[in-house]
Design a protein around this ligand. Structure first.
Ligand SMILES: [Zn+2]
Length: 185
């Protein structure tokens, strides 16, 4: 396969791999996206950049990313920026430059609030791997942005997650109202 790639193509792939690995994207994800570089070489690149190997833990799944109802505020922000900046239809393809832009912006906004290691808090995506998995989930239809006519905001739906596919902002508002309602006999 690689015989048909020009030197310039390979250089572009290496630069993209560097951009992804620098943000600690797992080589398995990079390999699925960039075919011209071997998994072995990607791991070597990761090590050269970070002076340690990639994590061996389980790859994140879209459905387990929302930690609490409050997480949906951040997830909706992330997905909205990604959708707006994406130059392709994010329901059919992943736009890698848009993922990079959205993650960098998001991470800069919450840099001191996102712990790099577990335990993760309510601010999600907590790292670039989660950001990648969100974009994948959007492409595969597991993660969807919908419009809520009641609060007039977009809200995120994570199918197969523990959260019902409804507007979590309205759910949260209702839950707060109910918790303050005095008990009437
Ligand atoms: Zn709503």
């Amino acid at each position: 396969m690689s015989a048909w790639y020009t030197y310039e193509d390979r250089l572009k792939d290496h630069y993209l791999a560097y951009q992804l690995l620098k943000r600690k994207l797992r080589p398995t994800f990079v390999k699925a996206h960039i075919k011209t570089i071997s998994q072995h070489e990607l791991k070597a690149m990761y090590y050269a950049i970070h002076f340690h190997g990639p994590s061996n833990g389980q790859l994140p799944l879209a459905k387990t990313i929302p930690a609490s109802r409050e997480s949906f505020l951040y997830l909706t922000l992330f997905l909205s920026i990604y959708q707006i900046t994406s130059k392709v239809n994010p329901q059919s393809r992943m736009d890698v430059p848009a993922i990079l832009f959205t993650w960098d912006y998001f991470h800069r906004s919450y840099e001191h609030l996102i712990p790099e290691e577990r335990p993760y808090g309510k601010i999600r995506p907590a790292n670039f791997n989660e950001a990648w998995v969100l974009a994948q989930g959007m492409r595969e239809g597991q993660v969807v942005l919908k419009y809520c006519p009641r609060c007039r905001h977009n809200y995120a739906v994570f199918y197969e997650s523990k959260f019902r596919p409804v507007c979590q902002f309205c759910e949260l508002a209702d839950a707060n109202v109910n918790s303050f309602r005095p008990n009437t006999p």
